[in-house]
Design a protein around this ligand. Structure first.
Ligand code: GDP
Ligand code: MG
Length: 304
């Protein structure tokens, strides 16, 4: 995340005065809003920072800056859950299902391929990709190309087919020994929003009926560059199908990134992974400490 404009300003803000007078906390709230923080959340955070500085007798601006990064990290840690299907230990579920949701262009298909690659390589999982975006012809082909490149099975039907049937077939393939982690791509747009919601609910029912013993997670893919609009997207999908977490893409862009704190505070949704490029390796578990430090302008330079 190269939040240069905003981050530089935040650095300057704390660099302006060596002391932290009370009024500065109000200015800080305004600045956080420019970094895609929600207005009410920015005010609440500035208040918490003022209280903390009082309690800990922090009077200097660099100390307050550090305390801000700590508070931001705490906000993220309240919801963060770490990487699922982790080490292949005893608590690793026999069957995992990841449903990737989100509007067009955020990076769902690319993320599906990255996750499949990662879980096969690091967690010795046997993934199956399910092409449940049957709305656009190119979407199925795109996933098939990834599957061919990676040597990972792709379950697909024709364009216009029933996405729930694709997921059903992928579950069948897994349950008959063909794999142990289904990663399903879904459509981002339909004729109407209610059609999309019905389609997603139908997929939900299929998974519940056929894979009751598996671990089923619904992750929303969000493009970090969309700013506050990401929160509106998350609210809509969360209401429709009750999400478990978020994958944040395009962290290699100039996103400001404050919306992640709103996801944590308002919707209690953790970010599970962040993606920062177009190769299969450009995905990592979300790091609350690094993210908070970078947002606050306290992270080491990218060159480090
Ligand atoms: N720079 C960058 N590009 C990405 C990232 N993830 C996806 N993309 C690109 O974003 C575009 C849309 O991705 P796609 O997976 O097709 O999105 P979908 O419509 O949600 O399935 C493609 O050109 C991807 O290569 C990322 O983390 N960083
Ligand atoms: Mg796609």
């Amino acid at each position: 995340m190269a939040a240069i404009g905003f981050r530089e300003r935040l650095k300057q803000f704390f660099g302006l005065a060596s002391q932290m007078p009370e009024e500065l906390f109000e200015d800080l709230a305004d600045l956080l809003v420019e970094g895609d923080f929600g207005a009410a959340e920015a005010l609440a955070l500035a208040d918490r920072l003022r209280d903390r500085c009082r309690k800990q007798k922090i009077q200097d601006a660099p100390g307050a800056h550090k305390a801000l990064a700590e508070l931001l990290e705490e906000l993220l840690r309240e919801t963060s859950g770490g990487e699922p299907f982790g080490e292949g230990g005893e608590d690793a579920p026999a069957l995992g299902i990841i449903l990737l949701l989100g509007v067009n262009g955020v990076g769902k298909t690319t993320t599906a391929a990255k996750l499949a690659c990662r879980y096969r390589e690091r967690n010795r999982r046997k993934p199956i990709l399910a092409a449940a975006d049957t709305f656009r012809a190119a979407a199925v082909d795109q996933l098939k190309i990834h599957g061919e490149r990676l040597g990972i099975r792709v379950v697909a039907h024709k364009q216009g087919g029933d996405p729930a049937a694709v997921v059903y077939d992928a579950l069948d393939a897994a349950l008959s020994g063909g794999g142990d982690l289904i990663i399903a791509d879904t459509a981002g747009r339909m004729h109407t929003k209610s059609a999309l919601v019905e389609e997603l609910k139908k997929i939900d029912r299929v998974v519940a009926a056929k894979a009751a013993g598996g671990r089923y997670l619904k992750w929303l893919v969000l493009d970090a560059t969309t700013g506050r609009n990401a929160l509106a997207q998350a609210e809509a999908f969360h209401q429709a199908v009750s999400l478990d977490g978020v994958v944040l893409t395009k962290g290699d862009s100039t996103a400001k990134g404050g919306v992640v704190f709103s996801l944590a505070q308002t919707l209690k949704l953790p970010v599970i992974y962040s993606c920062y490029g177009e190769t299969y390796q450009d995905i990592k578990p979300f790091d609350p400490h690094g993210y908070a430090a970078e947002f606050a302008g306290l992270a080491p330079d990218k060159a480090d």
